[in-house]
Design a protein around this ligand. Sequence first.
Ligand code: ZN
Ligand code: ZN
Length: 1023
Amino acid sequence: MRVLILFTALCLSVAVGKADIVPKKSIALFTPEQIQRARQRLANEEPARRAVQDILQMAQRWAQFSDDYLRETIPPPQVPRAFNISFSGCPVCGRETFKYGNYGFETPLEKPWKVICPNCKSEFPSNDFGAFLKSGMKDRSLLTGDYPDDGWGWKKPGEEKKYWFVAYYCHWHWMRHIIPAVHNLARAYLLTGDQRYAHKALVMLCRIADYYPDMDHNKQSRYATEFVPSYTGKIVNAIWETGVATNLAEAVDFVWDAIDGDAELQRSLGKDADAIRQHLYHNLLMEFVKAIKEYRISGNYGMHQKTLLTTAIVSQDPELLKWSVDYLLNNTGDRYTHEGLQFALANLFFREGMGHESAPGYHFIWNQEVVRICDYLLRAGVNLFGHPVVRRLFYYPFELSAAKGFTPTIGDSGSVEVSRIDLPTWMAEIAYCQYGDPLFYPLLPKPQDNAQRAYTGFFDLFQPAFPPEPSTQPDTSPYERSRLLGDYGLAILRGGQDENQRALTLYYGWAGGGHGHYDRLNIELFAFGRKLLPDLGYPQFAADDPEPPGWTQHTVSHCTALVDAQRQANFARGRLHRFAHTSWVRLVDASAESVYPGKASLYRRQTAMVDLPKADAFYVVDVFHVQGGKQHHYSLHLPTADVVYRGIAFPEPRRGTLAGEDVPFGKMYDDPQRANATSGFHGYTGSGFAFLTDPQEAKSDRPWLASWRQGDIRLRIHWLPTQPMRFIACNGYPKGNRANPPLKYLMAHTQTEGTEPLRSTFVTVMEPSRSTPLIRSVSLLPFSPAVADTVAIEISHQHGRDVVLLSLTPEKRVQLPDGITAGAAFAVLRFDSEGVLQRAFVSGGEVARGEWQLQARDLQGTVEKVLPDTHEVVVNLQGNIRAEEALRHRAILFRAGEHRADYEIFRAQREGKRWRLWLGDYEFLRGRALVGEIDEAQRVVHTPTVLALDAVAPVQGMAVSNEARSAWWRLASARRGEVVLDGDASLAPLRADSDGDGRSVLLIWDFGAGDSVFTPGQAEYRR
Ligand SMILES: [Zn+2]
Ligand SMILES: [Zn+2]
């Protein structure tokens, strides 16, 4: 009872935070030794000076302003904020202004309240808002000129939404001027000890503290007013406020010891030092805590956690810190972005170490924020760096790299030319210190000019010197081989060395965590330092506009297939069927029928990358099978529109768009509700064809070739029609913006008038090359008996010819020319120019020719035992496995009920009749839920924990255990709030709290004893 009362009292004091005591006594984020160290480095080391010169310059500039100016330039809460003036662009030049980005309007400090269009240089508003503000926002006779704005926007006749000049200025005045100025003044003081900086920072902080409690973005913003009534925040929106509050908390910390000595400040405010401390403590720090609890400071995963922990450390309130640490680790049952790390690392991260968002640019925010928190948590004596998912946060940029210089452009991330996630230096430093892996050392910059260490920014000046150089070379080979990221749902086929590095990626993962595209089975190709099938990446707008849903996020802009001229219906995960790689052949086979529910009974892609006998020569074979609906579009696109055709006669481009001669660009013509709308575009499921211009269309039943070239880099795409098809060439624009140079979109289109579901097989061979292409001709090979599920291709090249076979029905043997018989999922046979078989590869079956034969049956088996702590599994595998080597780097697919889990074998060891497999450094745990009420009769375990399991993948059949892993069940279903278990074994063992932390948790695993396993067979022949 006593404990309970104490706990309640703690909650209240934390919740209210209005007690008069200010526990904060000194600077909390750095020790006096660290501050000393930074000041010495700044005085003695040129690189240290360079690292913080921007901070010092801004501080010097702002230190020259008078105290009155500093107080006056900070806008009161009554002035609204807007991150954008209007989605229509500029009142004068319209959307042309977006050439300069979404936030291109200038907000010069020298011209208070004036915004300047970067394109046409027009200045808005026409009135002097400063004067109007001085009138208490009352004297409306001051609203003069053609574009007057009283803070709540100017309305253009005939347009529904307003243009928010003043609010835009206000937002960016905070973001570009005020917050950086306060932050930098405070940092400059910490770095130099110069009281002038502290005084100016305190003047500004005290004024911000006057206003902060009344800041309410929900009532004071364009976005909440015009678009989303629930949109919240404080000065700025809730997401960006995380950064604002963190910076302000740091600023308060850094100048804390200067309050006592600042007589001028005390005099001008009429407050003594204690009163000033109380003002900052309650009206800033405690307001941050309050706003975090009210979700007014609430960002992507990790952002508000960092704000809370920073504030708690700065506050020096031990109870608040204790509460914050517990909250960060163990909070559960809240919004998913607020789940404690102990739950989130299991429930909200893919096992490869990325947060549950499709787009690398976004999930990498989670990684950085979680690492930052883990680093901060060390101060509270909590070390999470040993957690397997935390480890992956550092390794995943290596794993996800496609070829030198690229990260796949999945979801809202990157652009047509670039996309790259690299570990920032600070993360590499933490990784190197924590794990000692030489892999991270090359990312640490070399110290210059005899400095103690390299400095990339402010924090580095306070850090110790880098640890010594490793004694061994880093092992980069794991990241040069093909890789299956089975939980994220990405197959990366890699090949080539150094400047010839290339990669083909196929994405089949769950894209529903935010910022995903309708892009399942999309492929991307990277070679010779270029993106050759470039995904468009980040849309023009992150908000309500026809472009993201109608184009960039839509299936139509991707290298995949459209059924019935509609976008994929959902973000559901596809299924992997096969993944195999050797030194010269790589294959991925995946399907995603669930993205066209009730429509597609087959939606499956087999893609292989095969090396030719020259370091920079290779080709890609792509087969896409679709069944269901009335029409199919298979689409690929090239990096620019300069494409030459051979073997097909396209007429002159038609006017209008692919949607029709009279359908204007970007119109949602096939959606009556949205065709003439000005908002509400998300949810559009039509064709997106109005974003494709200059269409050319031709029918052909013969192979044809599209060639693209830029400098010495070429990409040739051989189109091999398997049935009557219409081909389309048209232009598509990055970000749906016709100011950008277009890409050439090429599509194959099939259609049926009949009642039978349409069955299409699309086949292309892509040949990227630098210098002269090696391929002479490409054709489909006849075989018998003819089956739609099998494709055979002959590729003649300078060194002979390849025969490639891809099949969905390997059990059906087929007879090919030249006496080849095959019953395999995939096979490549390479003959030299004399017709002698030189090399072969087969997966899932066998090929034969005369006496010669090559066999690679798929291996099947069951799981005997799972050893999660060592990331091992013991399996029974039927089939003839010659040596341990034979299983290395092979895929292993686990199946139980509806659930599938795709892994790679990194090490295999025979144990009697069984195999012990090491599956890499990956966590097998997919779910961790707090056990609430248990309903034995219904087999339901209630839980407050946010489980994303059922969204990410089908869950029925997953293995479930209690906390001690001593009792096991199978999962029937998992939804928010409840976990339903199969069978009739008692659920009582779930109540045991084996680690004694006061919580009982239930654990959900990717696989368990009894699961069936499948390993695609593979065998190679070399003459
Ligand atoms: Zn303009
Ligand atoms: Zn995309």
